[in-house]
Design a protein around this ligand. Structure first.
Ligand code: CO
Length: 134
């Protein structure tokens, strides 16, 4: 069901420092910073030949990332995102197999303007998984 790895999302405490690190030390191509107030995050995209890395920093007082950064002081891996061709079909198949969907179970428009869902980390050995319709 799942296709390509669309991105790995990393939470960082300083987006500017992390972006500079990926650009200078790792020699990667990094985007400018995008603020997404509706998601409570600021993001920098790092384009790799086979996938993307998203550096995320909390934005605003009610960011969903604030508690993550409190628990993981230096930042860390937040989620991985797999592509699917039909998100409703994928959701139904996942639920039939016992996986729980976070939220109300309906796909939302994610950071890339496409439909996404998040799966419960407890059902996936502690990893938060996002699926995105492409
Ligand atoms: Co994501």
């Amino acid at each position: 069901m799942i296709g390509r790895l669309n991105h790995v999302a990393l939470v960082v405490s300083s987006l500017a420092e992390a972006a500079a690190l990926y650009e200078r030390t790792l020699g990667a191509t990094v985007s400018t910073q995008h603020d997404l107030p509706e998601h409570g995050v600021s993001v920098v995209f790092i384009k790799l030949p086979n996938t993307k890395i998203e550096l995320l920093q909390p934005l605003g007082d009610n960011s969903p990332l604030a508690s993550f950064l409190r628990k993981n002081m230096g930042g860390g891996i937040h989620h991985v995102c797999f592509e699917v061709t039909n998100i409703l079909q994928a959701r139904d198949q996942l639920m039939e197999n016992g996986a729980r969907i976070l939220g109300d179970g309906n796909p939302k428009i994610g950071a890339h303007g496409r439909l996404v869902l998040f799966l419960h980390p407890k059902d996936f050995h502690g990893a938060l998984i996002e699926i995105e319709e492409v």
